[in-house]
Design a protein around this ligand. Structure first.
Ligand code: HDE
Length: 707
């Protein structure tokens, strides 16, 4: 989708191409910083010719003397920096956070207790496995990192869209990452976990069972990044002004609801629009559909630390919300796109160790290793220890200390005494006492009394019960997708003993029914005595199913309106007006980029062509009536469009004569297929269907439709 369509999304009046271009120019103008400036070298010398290098004669060799050429090429040669070792593919946006009143009971952090301020934030979403250029819609956990630029320093909440992780101890992270990344001999596959080394590792490391289950579920193929939840994963501490602490797990939940892709769609999008998620986020923000999340915490009093049958320090476990509900503490909104991808999205450096007074760590061994890793990785990625001075990483509050020099030092420090204590510069900068009114950081004084030991706590040893809880809590269609995902992924594993091990030793221990379904499709005979270790536990937790998060409206959902020569212009207008009133996006898709003629010979403008804007990029489709049924019946592109929309379980409206296509295409009638002579008559039901997003009951009928 080009920016033209973007500018039409905000619910403004339909713009013709000329107006759109004008708007694009205005949009670009505010992003330029060199308007009316001369082109110069980096030393400020004005350049007279940027088209030709300096040569010995017009057909002669290029001269080494050409400092303009050399400077330009040298800089270009070094434009790329190392990509992140994980989470390389990402997209980010600016926004703000607002606390709800009443949080001072738990924390003294200013940005969480002063509900009158807006704290600026920067959020980066990412996939884990693929490199910078990989596709957005691959099956993967999504990173969801938030930098809060608070008045007391930066706080980074570096989370994921799954509440659990694959390993319990940071020392296993390089092993896990080496296993999931493309295999070292071929560098295949890109952006996928469906390969031998990943499944070899996870089938040997049962602590991964729960997180793998999340990765095989629909959570790992989100429809867009506006519709994902975020989780801090580890248990943290909040500390109030009296020095009292509680354990907390951070959650953030989108107002937009949760929505997933179907697997066929995810795979096709990866090819047809590898930028699908970053484009969606950019367009939504650019057009005023600002995504919003509510931040909450599950609060566990200190004395309840040992109350549960799992360990709060174990990052492979959730606290079911039935045991501890989520208390909302604030909300955040993303309302500004970056101006420059490299300067902001690529150079942002998150670190779980960036905390502020009122927040503290726990001994979760995964978190502890992360505290080291993130700063360390920036040294090679961003080239030295001064990455905190890069604008996107810079604290908004003043910061002063005696750290000096090093690569890329931007600050011109003044004074003679870069040490403390000193009597030359008045001993500045000085320490601040920790009392709440003064704000010096003080670590929570946790009592530590133990042997120095390399050993996993026995309280970390149940790897299957919560994996089972997750599976049991899913809706029937979500469970089916989990089965399908295991079959797809294990089916790509070449070594049969790895498939076998995952099924017999992991899945069978989680849920026999799940294991049986996967085993059957892989042609594996489940051991006769197979009995899940976790079989006794038959519990569900309501908020684990994505079904628990259906949005209230259809804001920003996209509807493709298929029109052909002879189309009924009044219906097109009715759909556009309705979409505008619902803050949804209706785009008129034509056979070619040219306008089509309506039944009275007048132009209907095109927002894109059906071949170029595939059904997989939309949430619903309407095919418009008109004097063209015979032509449409012969139009393979339009027919494929409808079939694919049906296959992907999305609502379709057939207006007027187009209802004939339902039988022609062999579609079974269901709650998501609408026929009407007048769009207005079915608009409310159509809306309800879009709000629910997919017609899951259609799945068996959709399976017979060719992909
Ligand atoms: Fe990360 N992780 N991680 N991780 N992680 C990185 O830091 C690491 C873990 C997460 O948008 C790296 O700056 C270790 C859990 C996100 O820039 C690196 C361990 C969770 C991002 C790193 C973990 C995450 C990263 C790579 C186990 C969810 C992207 C580049 C001990 C709670 C941040 C960088 C962004 C990035 C290390 C486990 C989330 C190498 C050692 C658990 C969202 O430092």
């Amino acid at each position: 989708m080009n920016k033209k369509t973007v500018s039409q999304m905000g619910g403004q009046d339909h713009l013709d191409r000329q107006n759109t271009n004008k708007k694009l120019e205005q949009l670009d103008a505010h992003r330029r910083d060199a308007t009316e400036q001369a082109l110069t070298t980096n030393q400020g010398v004005k350049i007279a010719d940027n088209q030709n290098s300096l040569k010995a004669g017009t057909r002669g060799s290029t001269l080494l003397e050409d400092f303009i050429l050399r400077e330009k090429i040298t800089h270009f040669d070094h434009e790329r920096i190392p990509e992140r070792i994980v989470h390389a593919r990402g997209v980010a946006a600016h926004g703000f956070f607002e606390a709800y009143p009443g949080n001072e009971k738990w924390t003294k952090a200013g940005f969480l207790t002063d509900s009158s301020i807006q704290t600026p934030i920067f959020v980066r979403f990412s996939t884990v496995q693929g490199p910078r250029g990989s596709a957005d819609t691959v099956r993967d956990i999504r990173g969801f990192a938030i930098k809060f630029y608070t008045e007391e320093g930066n706080f980074d909440l570096v989370g994921n869209n799954a509440p659990v992780f694959f390993i319990q101890d940071g020392i296993k992270f390089p092993d896990f990452v080496h296993a999931v990344k493309p295999e070292p001999d071929t560098e295949i596959p890109t952006g996928a976990s469906a390969h031998d080394t990943f499944w070899d590792f996870v089938s040997l490391v049962p602590e991964s069972a729960h997180a793998v289950m999340w990765a095989m579920s629909d959570r790992a193929i989100p429809r867009n990044l506006r519709s994902i939840q975020g989780f801090g994963v580890h248990t943290f501490r909040l500390i109030n002004a009296k020095g009292e602490a509680v354990f907390v797990k951070f959650h953030w939940t989108p107002k937009q609801g949760l929505a997933q892709l179907v697997w066929d769609e995810a795979q096709k999008l990866a090819g047809k629009d590898p930028d699908f998620h970053r484009r969606d986020l950019y367009e939504a923000i650019e057009n005023g559909f600002y995504p919003e999340w509510e931040l909450g915490v599950q609060i566990v009093p200190e004395q309840d630390e040992m109350k549960y049958d799992f360990d709060l320090l174990d990052p492979t476990k959730i606290i079911p919300e039935e045991l501890v509900p989520v208390t909302p503490i604030g909300k955040f909104v993303l309302n500004r796109n970056v101006d420059n991808f490299f300067a902001e999205t690529e150079q942002v450096a998150f670190c779980p160790g960036h905390i502020v007074p009122g927040i503290d760590f726990t001994n979760d061994p995964l978190l502890q290793a992360r505290l080291f890793s993130y700063t360390d990785t920036q040294l090679s990625r961003l080239g030295g220890p001064n990455f905190h001075q890069i604008p996107i990483n810079k604290a908004v509050c003043p910061f002063h200390n005696n750290q000096r020099d090093a690569l890329h030092q931007h600050h011109v420090h003044k004074g003679q005494a870069a040490y403390q204590p000193n009597s030359i510069d008045g001993n500045w900068p000085v320490e601040t006492p920790p009392a709440a009114s003064q704000g010096g950081f003080e670590s929570y004084q946790e009592r530590i009394d133990g042997r120095k030991i390399r050993e996993r706590s026995p309280s970390f040893s149940d790897h299957f019960s919560q994996a089972r809880l997750y599976y049991q809590s899913l809706a029937a269609h979500e469970q089916k997708h989990v089965v399908d995902a295991y079959v797809f992924e294990l089916g790509k594993v070449e070594r049969l003993h790895i498939r076998e091990r995952e099924v017999q030793e992991v899945l069978a221990n989680i849920d026999i029914d799940l294991a049986r379904q996967v085993a059957e499709q892989l042609g594996i005979a489940l051991k006769a005595d197979a009995k899940a270790q976790s079989q006794a536990i038959d519990k569900t937790s309501a908020k684990l199913s994505m079904q628990a998060f259906v949005p209230e409206d259809i804001k920003a959902r996209k509807i493709a309106v298929l029109v052909h020569d002879g189309a009924n212009a009044a219906q097109v207008k009715a759909i556009q007006d309705w979409a505008k009133s619902e803050q949804a996006v209706a785009e008129v898709l034509t056979p070619t980029p040219a306008p089509v003629k309506d039944s009275k010979g007048k132009d209907i403008a095109s927002d894109g062509m059906q071949k170029g804007e595939p059904s997989i990029a939309y949430d619903a489709v309407v095919i418009v009536d008109g004097d063209n049924l015979d032509a449409v019946k012969k139009d393979g592109v339009a027919k494929h469009y409808l079939l694919e929309t049906y296959k992907h379980l999305k609502p379709i409206v057939f207006l007027g004569d187009k209802a004939e296509l339902i039988d022609l295409l062999g579609l079974e009638d269901d709650a998501g297929l609408f026929k009407a002579d007048d769009f207005k008559k079915i608009a409310d039901d159509f809306k309800e269907s879009i709000r629910k997003h997919r017609i899951w009951a259609r799945e068996p009928a959709a399976e017979v439709i060719p992909a």
